[in-house]
Design a protein around this ligand. Sequence first.
Ligand code: MN
Length: 343
Amino acid sequence: MATSEFVRAVELIGSASSLTLACHLLPDGDALGSMLALHHLCRAHGVDSVASWSEPFEVAPHYTFLPGLDLTTKPADFPREPPLMVTFDCGSLERLGDLAAPARWAREHGELVVLDHHASNDLYGSVNVVDTTAAATAVVVRDIARALDWPLDRDTALCLYAGLVTDTGRFQYANTTPAVFALAEELSRFDLPLADITRQLFEQHRFDYVQMVGACLARAELDRELRFVATWVTNFDLDGFGVEVEETEGLIDLIRRTAEADIACVCKETPEGIRVSLRSVSDIDVGSIAARFGGGGHQYAAGFVAPYPVTDVIGDLKAAVRDARHAGELHDEASAAEAPRAE
Ligand SMILES: [Mn+2]
């Protein structure tokens, strides 16, 4: 990917003596992995770097093994006026939370380099490297490192691999291309503990969490006509089972196993509102559904935050899914009408 924006990003990062790095709030494996990877590379090449994300400045238990978390900086200590800031896996300024203000400063007075792969990215940087063909932001960081001629080390490779394996759902989602396997092969050569990484990221949970999942799956609702399945996590669940909301990231991957549905939804009560995760295993684009609610994402994985009760969110979502299916049917009918008849 050698667009002029990419070339500019490489120039800026390659000539910097210091860099500030930030990923989206409530970071996932790709946000953390891609940011920490560049953090490691900067340190290896004599570039002072600071890496952070918004409060709550915590990571889910399944990410605590990532090397470099001990080298991150609390958002309160993040530079207020960074001359050069790079953001990772973040589609909008708002998703930077507490770090939106320094990003705004960087954009107006310095440079704000946005590295991302979300089609919904609103291009809020002064330099926007948004590669929608990349399976993960980790892929974009690998491209940047290659252009800089910065060789990878084992910690960097591990962080990039975590991003890649997270965003491809361990090489299961539709974004799993030959290029993804090629990068995974390259990274795995750093003697990465692949089985351990997979278990840490996807398999291993506290017993309290496993029991809470049982309760959430038991209450799931299936709309067979809409092929839509949804469940929710309340504050009562979290308190009762002693589970942090960050731990519940994998719940959507359990509910999306439902054969009678091709769109899955998990709603979670959080201080900022109902956080909604959507997954699609059909050609219904949940990214555009999420966009109707002020969120974003991809065709197969998307989300948004709604400031009203779970039952209302699910009701509104069903209406949106119905519209999307109806639009799809109209399109299919139109295509069928245009198609030449065999008889
Ligand atoms: Mn990502």
